[in-house]
Write a protein that binds this ligand. Structure first.
Ligand code: 2AM
Ligand code: CA
Ligand code: CA
Ligand code: CA
Length: 267
């Protein structure tokens, strides 16, 4: 295993322990609001601290971006860590055991290492650039479906940007009528990991942040899939409007998304 992936795994497991311990004593979870429908808990922050501490110990000169601490330094490094200490906070707060730790490393702007860890199931998804993607050490691959018939797609609702609800509903309807079913499980990181593992055939969501998608993006690509914005381009890093699936299904999914893009919601 790449030494930096090894550190990422150690950090993810440490954070996972913090999260599971807290999940089992729900009365100690302190929920705070960051804005409408946006929550953070003392556990998100403790988990992020544990990850940052682990990375810093080995790589004090690297730069780190975390959801809860923002850019935690102004260092101009070739190495940039992008972390979401707890993806699926709403599930965590409600006692739904479906959430993950997400850690990605970019080297000179390119995704290089990725970990998504589901601490409840003990599932560790990893990827290294050019080396494929693994679940608990076993190779995983994106399902190479040719058509939407029979497919199950994961998605997320635009909880924060409710102005996008009409466009989203239209996309949802267009896709839902053609697929077997949809899943809204509440963790974008796990949705992407599940695409990589072939558990779902694709995933789309509006307005995600870099820490929601960085690790999952490398996992999907290394598992033989594609990640694009809503027009097939690379703008998702900015817009957070993301599709992840096999190359064949991508064309089909974009066909049903494109007609519903407009001025409010574009690529
Ligand atoms: P989070 O739990 O780390 O915040 C679910 O649609 C995905 O969107 C999750 O990955 C979740 O990440 C993210 N998300 C960001 N802001 C959210 C919010 N206010 N409510 C629910 N999910 C949010
Ligand atoms: Ca959050
Ligand atoms: Ca997140
Ligand atoms: Ca989070």
């Amino acid at each position: 295993m790449h030494p930096m992936l090894n550190i990422a795994v150690r950090a993810a497991r440490t954070a996972g322990n913090v999260i599971v311990r807290a999940f089992e004593q729900a009365d100690k979870i302190e929920v705070e609001s960051k804005g409408t429908n946006d929550f953070v808990t003392n556990v998100d922050i403790a988990a992020e601290q544990a990850i940052v501490d682990t990375i810093r110990k080995s790589y004090p000169e690297h730069s780190i971006i975390g959801e809860e601490t923002g850019v935690s330094d102004g260092k101009d490094s070739d190495y940039q860590w992008i972390i979401d200490p707890l993806d699926g906070t709403t599930n965590f707060v409600k006692g739904i055991p479906h959430f993950a730790v997400s850690i990605a490393l970019k080297v000179k702007g390119k995704l290089d290492q990725a970990v998504i860890y589901d601490p409840i199931r003990g599932e560790l998804f990893t990827a290294s650039r050019g080396k494929g993607a693994q679940l608990n050490g076993f190779r995983i691959r994106v399902k190479q479906n040719k058509e939407l018939a029979g497919a199950v797609l994961a998605t997320g609702f635009p909880f924060k940007q409710k102005q996008h609800m009409p466009a989203y509903i239209n996309m949802f309807q267009a896709l839902f009528t053609k697929t077997s079913d949809m899943r809204r499980a509440g963790s974008a990181a796990l949705d992407l990991a599940y695409v990589a593992a072939g558990r779902v055939d694709g995933f789309f969501e509006i307005g995600l942040k870099p820490w929601d998608t960085a690790a999952g993006e490398l996992l999907v690509i290394e598992a033989g899939g594609l990640v694009t914005d809503f027009t097939g381009g690379h703008n998702y890093v900015k817009s957070g409007n993301i599709v992840a699936t096999s190359s064949r299904l991508l064309k089909e999914i974009l066909k049903d998304i494109r007609p519903h893009l407009g001025t409010a919601l574009s690529k």
